[in-house]
Every structure is written in structure tokens, then in C-alpha cells.
Design a binder for this molecule. Sequence first.
Ligand code: G6P
Length: 613
Amino acid sequence: MCGIVAYKGPKNCYPILIDGLHRLEYRGYDSAGVACLNDGKISITKRRGKVIQLEQGLKTDGKFQNCDGPGIAHTRWATHGKPNQINAHPHKDQSGNIVLVHNGIIENYNPIKKFLKSKKIKFKSETDTEVLVQLIGYFFNKGKLNFEQSVRAALQRVDGAYAIVVLNKKEPDVMIAARKGSPLVLGVKDNEFFVGSDISPIIKHTQQIVYLEDSQMAIIKDDEYKITSIDKDVSLPKKVEKIDFKIDDYDKGKFKYFMHKEIHEQIDTISNTITGRAKKDRVYLNGLLEYWAQIKEADKIFITACGTSWHAGLIGKNLIERFAKIPVHVEYASEFRYNKTLIDNNSVVIAISQSGETADTLAAIKKANEHGAITVGICNVPGSSVSRETNCGIFTRCGHEVGVASTKAFTAQISILYLLALKLAASNDAISKASLRSHLDFSENIKKIKNVLKKENEIKKIALKYKNANDFLYLGRGLNFPIALEGALKLKEISYIHAEGYPAAEMKHGPIALVDKNMPNVFIVPKDKTYDKIISNIEEIKSRKGKIIIITDSKDKILRDLANDLILVPKTNHFMFCHLATIVLQLFAYYIAVGKNLNVDQPRNLAKSVTVE
Ligand code: G6P
């Protein structure tokens, strides 16, 4: 689950690699490293921690200015072996000839390691990656195979998922990249070559992109390259695509953290996502056009995703069932990929992913495609694997989301799902034109986000009161149950406080046992048909002395009397209330984490995009 960037060309590789690593840091930030072939020698620099530490290390060592050969770089999210400098990539083989970066997991590393140890090869790190580079080195140093043949021989013996880039100081004019399971992209520009885990480190240098397919290798030699399968040295066609996509530069503006900036961007990101797609009484989702005839006929829809995107899926279920009256099954992608899910060629499978690179979500899409289902992606990153692997899709238009805890992507995802539910309803005559028109009139409601953002100081004060709590319960009903899950997840991710989301009434079946005078309980309470019921749930917690925090659009006195703290959001419709409550919960989690002096953009142990199983 790491980030890879590599460069071969006439320029000094360090600035290109370091800029690329910053862009890939969302994939992991335990440690980072870079290797460059310079004057026939391999020079490796690694640091535990973030890319900035590596960058400083290179500058202090005086290396940054100068490398005339190819270079490879890596930012790590530890799987095998602790996140320390020794386990950081790049890794070398024992002879010091071969150097490699790797994303993925070599599943059969144990027997290979045993075999290599029996050949007197000594290991320095605890990683599965070192096993692979040692195996390549083993074949190469026997002297019978050249570099390319050695890489091929080694890859044919490993199981698991990988994306790798390898250099060899004995063949300094060659750089080899290969992938199986994990994505890898090649950028080409005259005599320059770029390799990346995705296009983000490449696109500012070239728009000419080759997406390596599964089990393919790219062998770059001098100013030429060829694409082959890992199994056979037979050149395959080079499918060069021109990708017209701009990646924003990283800029926090007036904010200290990207997460804070991204929370504030939501008026724009929701508007951008809706603009042009909701017009009077019609919904336009042009990305689905080709498959719409089949999609609207679906008698059941599956939604699959991970993390925050899965919470958006739960909202999607509620909306599609409510408006379009089509049953929806929502499943974690990690379960979907292995469960006996009943999909066939009449099924529609919607995969939701901010990054478009989450390994489990991609595997779920693959399974759905193999079963002949129509796959629909809801994704934020054009050119990403999800956008490429699905039959059709809709982009959330959020721009780059940098904070690891997803914020603006979530509200954009649920906006798309709202439009999709309404479009399905309209296509199936399940909604009147008048009702559709009123649902699609977002203009006034979106402005209400501003009112919530103006309450930031009030939310901050309340958050700081609770920053030392050990456990939180988040409770909501209907559409607001997923919002409770999402609120709890935000708090866990960035503040490391244990938090659970529950349907408000369900808390009687277990969680209420945890409630005491120290436990804050966050209730999401719109004035809707479950309002009276949820008041009873609040009473149940109150009578056990739990602390009550209420987010509501109701000015009723009874809520003020029950609440220890209450955040009032403007009156709007059911759906927009979800957005407003979400933003309150994002700010609440944010200020608790900041109050605890934590790095909210890069919380411990997490990564923005989880590219391993
Ligand atoms: C990681 C991130 C979450 C995200 C999840 C799914 O766990 O930390 O913020 O919701 O992956 O990511 P995706 O890019 O597929 O939405």
C-alpha cells in the first residue's frame, strides 16, 4: 500500500522523485526512500517518517542537486516489518547490484527466504520486498541470465500482488517496471520515462500515459521501451493514452491542515458535483448514458465500497429504495469480493471510491465484471483504476482530497447518489415532476452550509469540552444512521478516541451498557417522522447519566432541556440536513483532534488509499 515513483531521462531525478513522493504520500507515510544510479554506483537515502524528512536528509547530505542516472523512490505503509529506516524501501540485493521498490505483498516470501538463506544469502530487513530483490539478485549473479531475464525469472516464482520498479548498476541504461494486482503507470515523453503508482507524480511532466495491464512488464532501455507480459519476452502493443487532467498543487491556503480546508470547501465541491447535472426537473448523468437502458431496468442494485465511501453507500441505499423503489444491497468491498454475492448479468454494481485505487474495491469490481454485471463507478479521480475498470461512472468533482480522513468526497458522493436515486425514480415513473423539481432545487439549501461553517467557534468550544473522553456513541435514525457511523469514524481516525455509530434505538441492545456519567452521546435529531422516537432514546441515555450532545434543526425546548450541548443547524430538507450534520461532525472531530495536538492530515497507522488487501 505504498507509493512508487521512478524516473529515467536526462534530468536530475531527485526533484522529480521528491515532488512525486509528496503527491503519493496519501498511500502511506511511515517511511520514505530514494535510490539513484550515479556514476555507476547506487546511492540510497532512506528516512523513517514523512517525505519531508527524506527531502531534508537528501539536502543535508548534499545529494539533492545531482544525479545523472535513473532513480526510484518509495513512500511506505508498513505491512511486513516495522516502520523503520531498515525496512524502508528501496531494498538492495546482497551483491549491491540490484535495487528495487515495491508496492503490494509477496505472499510466498517465507519459502523463498528459506531457499535463499540456504544459498548463504543474508537478509537485512524484515520485509517481503527484500526477498524479491534478493531473488532477482540470485538469478542475476549466477551469471546466466541478463537483468531482464532475472526479473522475469524471479517474478514467475512469487505469489501475491505487486507493482515494482528495479534498477541494476551493471546495466545502468535499463529500468524495469512490472505489475500484478497493484496498479502501475508509465509516462513517456521523448527520451524521458516516468513510472508511478498512479498518474499523480507523472501528469505534470507528460500527458502520454501507458496503463500497464495486469501481469505486464515495461522494459526501458536507453531511449526506447517495450511492453511484454511477465511470462514471455514478446513485445505487446503500446497503448499510449493522452490524459487531459490537471492535478492541483498542494496549497493549504489560510488553513493549518488540509482537512480543515477541505471541510470549508464543501459548498463548492457539492455545487461543482451537482452543477449541470440537476436542471429543473431533469437529472443528467452523462457518464451513465451508454448503459442507462440496462441500469434503469435493474431489479436489484449492489453497492460496494470501503471506509467512508461505504457509509455513502448506506445513504445511497436509503435514497434509491426511498425514491426509486429498487432494493439495494450494500456490502464492504472486502466482503463482497469473497462472499457468495448473487450477482449476474442483470445486476448493477455501484463501486464508490474517493481515490479510485482501493484494492478491495477494485477486486469487487473485477468480480462483478467477471459475473457480467454492469459496473458503475462513483469516484473522485479521473484516470484512476476504478474509473478505468468500471463500465461507466460519475465523477465527484472535489479536486484533490489530501487529508487522510475523507470529508469533501463524502458529501459529494452522497450528492451523486441523491441524483442517481432521483434519476432512477424519474425513469421508472416513481416520482412526480413537481416533486422532482423541488428535490433538484439545491440553490437555497446549499447556501445553508455557510451558516453551519459560521458556527465553527461554537462547535470548537463544545468539542474541546469533550476532548478527554475515552469513548463516544453516535446515534441517528434512517438517513442519519450512516451519518452517525461517519461521525464516529471521523473521530476515531483523527483523535484516536474510541467511537461507535449506532441506529439510535438499537443502542438499547448492547451499547447502553457502556453509558455512564463520563460518556458523551452524540444524537443527530432532525425534526422528522422519527423525532419523537429519538427523544425517547435520548431520555434512555439521560436517565443513565450519559452526556448528551444534540445536532438538530429543531428549536424545541425539550431538546434544549435534554442536551448538555446543542448545535442548531438551519431548517432545510431531509437530505440537506445530512450534509449539515456531517459538516458539524467533521468540525467536531477536527477540533477534538487539534485540541489533542494531533496531526489530523496524517493520522497514525492510516493511509489515504489502501492499496493492499
Ligand atoms: C482509507 C481512507 C478512508 C477512505 C477509505 C476508502 O481507509 O483512510 O478515508 O474512506 O480508505 O477509500 P476510497 O478511496 O476507496 O474511498
